[in-house]
Design a protein around this ligand. Structure first.
Ligand code: NAD
Length: 295
């Protein structure tokens, strides 16, 4: 049986360091970081994420600003709100919850956020900076995956890693981060041929495809480390509302050396990394040294 990588516990530790950093900023610089979250529409999963983000922001001592807009908000009105938030001194981080309704071009909105307040790390400037290894705001889920991996494996140098999925928000940035850690990186996607045999060569498997329990135990090299990014709600009659990942946990945990659970793996790390990014953004905007608790 493999070791379970406890994302909940690691996220708790990170949040307590963040809380310490926030209090240091307040005492030494009279600064309270602020995070603005914008939700457009009524998507139930997005509402849960936004509530959770706001609650955890307040719990670590930061200011939370919530903006809820109706489903039929125009692109122009959302651009205007983001531009106003860009100007506000007390707002250090801006996150527009995705997905957005069809009438709004998400790329335009993301790139309207000031790059130095883009705590999701999706702005084209942050994406470009990440790809050349310059300082940037790193997307939260990929940053969380890297922390979980380092916790489980330690030095990643020379490891063969496969990333299943090539999205801009998970697959591609994870690949950049693992390259920076000196892994040999393969990115697989929906057109990849013979995925199981490529997977079997990997020391590290990161699954971010959005297909429930796709990765099976016989795809995994014995002892490999598996990070399951997927969040899929199975809603058939027998499995009412159960959350599962992209990895078939039962069969994979028989073979892998270590594996993240769903829920309780990558998910909690994503929000903790968002809070960390908000502190990093605040410090860069104010030209303050990033507190040691999180550096
Ligand atoms: P996406 O739909 O944007 O991308 C999916 C990727 O999977 C694509 O690149 C596609 O080529 C690839 N793919 C599809 N079918 C495949 C197949 N059969 N074999 C190999 N690759 C295949 O998804 P995303 O936004 O990157 O999210 C992926 C998963 O991660 C989803 O389940 C999502 O809910 C989850 N997610 C979790 C968190 C978190 O905080 N834990 C954050 C973001 C996304």
């Amino acid at each position: 049986m493999s070791t379970v990588i406890d994302g909940k516990s690691l996220a708790r530790t990170l949040r307590s360091r963040i809380k310490q950093a926030v209090s240091e900023l307040q005492v030494e610089h009279n600064v309270v970081p602020g995070l603005a979250v914008v939700l457009v529409g009524e998507d139930p999963a997005s509402q849960v994420y936004v509530r959770s983000k706001a609650r955890q922001t307040v719990e670590v001592g930061m200011q939370s600003f919530e903006h809820r807009l109706s489903d039929n908000t125009s692109e122009g009105n959302l651009v205007q709100l983001v531009e106003e938030l860009n100007q506000k001194m007390e707002v250090n981080g801006i996150l527009v919850q995705l997905p957005l309704p069809g009438q709004i071009n998400a790329e335009r909105i993301i790139n309207t956020i000031s790059a130095n307040k883009d705590v999701d790390g999706f702005h084209v400037e942050n994406t470009g900076r990440l790809s050349i290894g310059a300082d940037s705001l790193i997307p939260c889920t990929p940053a969380g995956c890297l922390m979980l991996l380092k916790h489980a494996v330690g030095d990643l140098s020379g490891q063969n890693a496969i990333i299943l999925g090539r999205s801009n928000i998970v697959g591609k940035p994870v690949a950049q981060l693992l390259l920076q850690e000196h892994c040999t990186v393969t990115i697989a996607h929906s057109r990849t041929r013979d995925l199981p045999s490529i997977c079997r060569q990997a020391d590290i498997v990161i699954a971010a495809v959005g297909i429930p329990e796709m990765v099976k135990g016989d795809w995994i090299k014995p002892g490999a480390t598996v990070i399951d990014v997927g969040i899929n709600r199975i809603t058939d009659e027998s499995e009412n509302g159960k959350l599962v990942g992209d990895v078939d946990h039962a069969s994979v945990s028989e073979v892998a050396g270590a594996i993240t659970p769903v829920p309780g793996g990558v998910g909690p790390m994503t929000i903790a990394c968002l809070l960390q990014n908000t502190i990093i953004a605040t410090c860069r905007q104010r030209q303050i040294k990033i507190p040691e608790a999180i550096s």
